[in-house]
Ligand binder design. Sequence first.
Ligand code: UN1
Length: 499
Amino acid sequence: MRQPPLPVTGRLFVAGEWSRPRDDFADRNPADLDEVVGTFPHATPDEVAAAVAAARAAFPAWRRTSRILRAECFDRLAQLIKRDTDALATLMARECGKNLTECRAEVVEGLHMVQYVFGAGRQGDYGAVIASEIAEKDAFTRRKPWGVVAVVTPWNFPFAVPLWMLGPSLLEGNTCVFKPSEETPAIAQRLVELFVEAGFPAGTVNLVQGSGPVGEALVKDPGVNVVCFTGSYAVGKRIQELSAALPERTVAAEMGGKNAVIVCDDARFDLAVSAGILSAFKTTGQRCVSASRIIVHESLIDRYAQAFAETAKRLRFGDPLDASNFAGPMVNRRGVEKVLEYNALAKKEGAAVLLDAGELRTGARGCFLGPFAYRMDAGPTARVLHEEVFGPHVALVPFRTDEEAARIYNDTEYGLSMAVITESYRRMRFFRDECEYGMGYVNLPSIGAEVHLPFGGVKKSGNGHPSAAALVDAVTHKTAWTVNHGTDIKMAQGLTTAI
Ligand code: UN1
């Protein structure tokens, strides 16, 4: 039998110092709840305040460091991530239950962000030279960092998403306080250890651990200039409410989704089935871009439903460390209960069930849940067609015309990710323009974004500050800098200078 490694000793990291370990909460392996991955401290309000103060104190020196030297720290970080890819992926798999292959891909995604930031140090969109009304004047725009960035991240992408936020923030000269999900404190601590090893100065990256109250204390702190958040709509809303007292603050929030794949009647059939399966069930449906609706042309839906259910039945949900499995468990019991409730609700709301695998007994005391797929007509009242489920739960919904498909797609409060499966360039363009989303895909699943593209959504999915490379816009403000090369003063707008 596999012997789990010794539990991680959890600490906070503030002003370049690791705190003494505390075991306020245990972090468990969702594939085997008896396995403790580590024990961690819950940061107190004083510890949160100290982390913000440390970031504030480190800000002036970091801001004055050349942008290229700041970026070079990311080159060292990239080397360390390459060195530790296997260990990072294994720790992540044990901690959040994603399959090892997915965890590897996520470490690579984090590495790509780090590499992007390193390159951007020399060639980023730093500012521009702008024309002036006055010939003797040169005008420039220039980005400046805001100051202290709070990085509040979810468990489902516990390595890449923090790097999407820490990377642009630190590159631009901000300092950070990182508050990861309480489901994934170990991989977060490991990431901060790598930042330290890469030579980021004391106070530039601080780590506080714990659940909601720790996040609240952090967001309430007026010393935080920017909050970067990915997670649920409810928490995003709470962050906005707490930030309303600070209108000078920027909040970049990525929230829920009710994503969909649209399968047109001219779709390549096998590709459409694969795109649906990957969108619905990869990561056990626990990506914010996972699709819980597949909107299928009525002429295809019987055949599609059969092929989809047959394929889904064959997927293996099992030990995350066994790379041959398709996907792992749900992150915790709460996640299982929530999806089971939605499965029951779908039946109550009139779903024609195609596949209901239910809870899976895999031997270990784990949170395993198999796929649930059903057919249901679109309608305004069925909650299962409108609310985010976050698990292996998917509806197949028929449509007749492209206009109807776009209407069904848009009929949710969210607008994060969508895919259309078609061979027609006219249709691609129609859905590109008519659907509300942040990430759109053609002949691909609704998952799988790359870091140099903006990652965000509209409606209740985001507040207009996409993540990854695009986050540079949220963690900097643009300044105007105007220089007179003449020997007297000439003003724009014809303003007279006679005194
Ligand atoms: C998320 O689900 O929160 O686009 C992030 C993707 C990944 C990132 C997902 N690159 O599927």
